[in-house]
Design a protein around this ligand. Structure first.
Ligand SMILES: Nc1nc2c(ncn2[C@@H]2O[C@H](COP(=O)(O)OP(=O)(O)OP(=O)(O)O)[C@@H](O)[C@H]2O)c(=O)[nH]1
Ligand SMILES: [Mg+2]
Length: 216
């Protein structure tokens, strides 16, 4: 749920990168952190093992445009992909405003992709978030590998009806395109469901902003 702070005129969205173990979630955040100017982002915090396996989460705050007079911030998180860390995944997914699902295109990882997708949807439901109403962007990562599964097959597997992104997170290919797609969906939802609704009822801007803040 978006966090709106009237005092500091900020709106904050939580975007979570989910997906199978070692699919490239952390690599996405590392690339975004490397490429964004430092005034646009905070520090990247990673809680990982010596082998760079995420054990808790990665966290990267980014500050972008102003919407409706509010400074907009996105908090990017990754969940840990390892099967045994499902409770941690559920905690990281609490309050998510949108999901980047990073699937591994390696042919042998299709079952793992599906398990992770199912697990992600279940964890959202346990957090009382309807996965069918939440903005999702699908990224099919590791397209550089020779045995990458066809994107059409992956679209079918996940039931994806909108554009998916064929990425290589190590080189950064389509990493920002995926993030842009999700932020647009999230902002569109925010406008249509909150600010415009309140204005349509004739509530003043100030009251509308307070109402949004109270809901979150
Ligand atoms: N070939 C290739 N390797 C990739 C790509 N993206 C990530 N990797 C590699 O895949 C491995 C796992 O990447 P991570 O980003 O740590 O994966 P993760 O999804 O965060 O893994 P967990 O935190 O354990 O769930 C690393 O060795 C990456 O360098 C890619 O696009 N192509
Ligand atoms: Mg990771």
């Amino acid at each position: 749920m978006a966090l709106v702070r009237y005092d500091t005129r900020e709106v904050q969205f939580k975007l979570v990168y989910c997906g199978p173990p070692e699919g490239g979630k952390t690599t996405n955040l590392h690339y975004i952190h490397r490429r964004l100017d430092s005034y646009l982002r905070g520090d990247l915090i990673s809680v990982a093992t010596d082998q760079n396996r995420t054990i808790s989460f990665d966290f990267l705050p980014i500050h972008t445009t102003e919407i409706e007079g509010y400074q907009t911030r996105f908090q990017l998180y990754t969940v840990p992909g390892q099967d045994v860390l499902s409770e941690t995944r559920k905690n990281v997914l609490a309050g998510a405003d949108g999901i980047v699902f990073v699937a591994d295109s390696t042919t042998s990882r299709m079952d793992s992709n599906l398990n992770a997708y199912e697990n992600c949807r279940n964890a959202l439901e346990e957090n009382r978030i309807d996965p069918d109403r939440l903005p999702f962007s699908f990224q099919y990562n590791k397209r550089d590998l020779a045995d990458a599964t066809s994107p059409d097959v992956m679209d079918q597997m996940f039931g994806v009806k909108r554009a998916s992104f064929f990425a290589c997170a190590t080189s950064g290919y389509q990493v920002f395109a995926t993030l842009d797609d999700l932020t647009k969906q999230v902002i569109k939802g925010f406008h249509s469901q909150t600010i415009r609704k309140e204005r349509g009822r004739g509530v003043s801007r100030r009251e509308s902003e307070v109402a949004v803040a109270l809901k979150s």
